[in-house]
Design a protein around this ligand. Structure first.
Ligand code: TYM
Length: 324
C-alpha cells in the first residue's frame, strides 16, 4: 500500500481554507492509503509565539482533525516534536540542500520581507518539511496549492540524497491537490489564512459564520441587484463548488448570470449547505472535548507508531551515510 504524509501547523482550530484544501482530502485518502498526519509544532516555533498558547493550539488542532474525520484506528495522527527523528533527518538534509534553492522559496521571501531579523529556521523551514515526508518514505502528500513549491524542493532533496547515498531509497513525493486547492479569504484579497485574519473557523457557531458571510466580497460587477454576474470571479461561487451539491452549483451559475438571485440570496443558500457539512463536525468536536483522555490516547499512540517507522528509516539512513 502506498503511503501518504501530510503536516499542518498548530494554528488552533481548523478554518474552511485548510479544511477544504487539505484536511477533507486527508479524511478521504486515509481509506485507501497508509496514512501519517502530523501537527508540525517545530515548524510553528520559527515565528514569535507564547509557549502556553502553542501547547493549547496543538491540542485544539488535534480536536479539529479528529472532528473533521481523521480516524486514529487506521491513520497515525501525531505531534512532530514527540518524534525526534524529524529534526535529526532535517540536520542531515541540511548537508545536501543548496542555499540558493531555499532563498528562492516564495514563502521564505514573503515571511522574511516582513521581518526585521530573520531567524535561520525561516530559511530552513522547507528542509524540515522534506524530513517530515521522507522520514516515512511517503509517495503522496495531500496539500493546498501554497505547498507545491516546498514539495518540489522535497523531491530535489530526495534526489540529491539518493544520488549520493542510496539510489531509490527515498521516493520522490508528489503533491495531491483538490479542486479547492486555494480558498480565498472572505475579503476576496488574499488566501484564507490565520495570519491574514480572514478565516471562517470550522467549528465557529453558525451565527458568527453568517456575520462573516453576509458582507463577504462577491463579483464586483454586481453593483445593483439587477446586474448579471460572472460566477467564476466570485469567491462565494467557489465556496458553493466546495460545499453545495452539483445541482445547486448549476443553479447558482444560472441565477448569477441572469441576476435571478441577488448575492444575499446566493449566500443564504451557501450558508445552508455549509451548515449541513459543518454541523456534524461541530457536534463531534463537542463530544471529543468532553473526553480529553481520548485526545491524550491518540497523541500517545500516534507518537509511538510514528517513532517506530521513523527509527527504522534513520537506522538505514545512518548506515548508508557512515554514521555510527
Ligand atoms: P499550513 O498549516 O499552513 O496548512 C495546512 C494545509 O492546508 C492547506 N491550506 C489551504 N488550502 C487551500 N486554501 C487555503 N486558503 C489554505 N490554507 C492552508 C495548506 O496548503 C496545507 O496543505 N508547511 C505546511 C505544513 C507542513 C507540511 C509538512 C505539509 C509541514 N511539514 C509536510 C505537508 C507535508 C504548512 O504550513 O501548512
Amino acid at each position: 500500500m502506498s503511503r501518504i504524509f501530510s503536516g499542518i501547523q498548530p494554528s488552533g482550530e481548523l478554518h474552511i481554507g485548510n479544511y477544504l484544501g487539505a484536511v477533507k482530502n486527508y479524511a478521504e485518502l486515509q481509506r485507501s492509503y497508509e496514512s501519517f498526519f502530523c501537527i508540525v509544532d517545530y515548524h510553528a516555533i520559527t515565528i514569535p509565539y507564547e509557549p502556553e498558547d502553542l501547547r493549547a493550539r496543538t491540542r485544539e488542532m488535534m480536536v479539529s482533525l479528529l472532528a473533521a474525520g481523521l480516524d486514529p484506528s487506521t491513520s497515525t495522527i501525531f505531534v512532530q516534536s514527540m518524534v525526534p527523528q524529524h529534526t535529526e533527518l532535517a540536520w542531515i538534509f541540511n548537508s545536501v540542500t543548496p542555499l540558493g534553492e531555499l532563498e528562492r522559496q516564495t514563502q521564505y521571501k514573503d515571511k522574511a520581507s516582513r521581518m526585521e531579523s530573520v531567524p535561520a529556521g525561516i530559511l530552513n523551514y522547507p528542509i524540515l518539511q522534506a524530513a517530515d515526508i521522507l522520514l516515512y518514505r511517503a509517495d503522496l502528500v495531500p496539500v493546498g496549492e501554497d505547498q507545491v513549491q516546498h514539495l518540489e524542493l522535497s523531491r530535489e532533496i530526495a534526489r540529491r540524497w539518493n544520488a549520493r547515498f542510496g539510489a531509490e531509497f527515498f521516493p520522490e513525493p508528489q503533491a495531491k491537490l483538490t479542486p479547492a486547492r486555494r480558498i480565498m479569504g472572505l475579503d476576496g484579497n488574499a488566501k484564507m489564512s490565520k495570519s491574514m485574519g480572514n478565516t471562517v473557523g470550522l467549528l465557529e457557531p453558525p451565527d458568527s459564520v453568517w456575520e462573516k458571510l453576509r458582507p463577504a466580497v462577491t463579483d464586483p460587477a454586481r453593483v445593483r441587484r439587477t446586474d448579471p454576474g460572472t460566477p467564476e470571479v466570485c469567491n462565494i461561487y467557489h465556496l458553493h463548488r466546495a460545499f453545495s451539491p452539483p445541482d445547486v452549483v448549476a443553479n447558482v451559475e444560472t441565477q448569477c448570470r441572469t441576476a435571478g438571485w441577488g448575492c444575499i440570496e446566493c449566500k443564504k443558500v451557501l450558508f445552508e449547505h455549509m451548515n449541513k457539512e459543518l454541523a456534524p463536525i461541530r457536534a463531534r468536536s463537542v463530544e471529543i472535548r468532553a473526553r480529553p483522555e481520548i485526545v491524550d490516547q491518540v497523541i500517545g499512540d500516534g507518537a509511538a507508531t510514528a517513532r517506530r517507522v521513523a527509527s527504522e528509516t534513520m537506522r538505514e539512513v545512518k548506515e548508508r551515510m557512515g554514521l555510527v
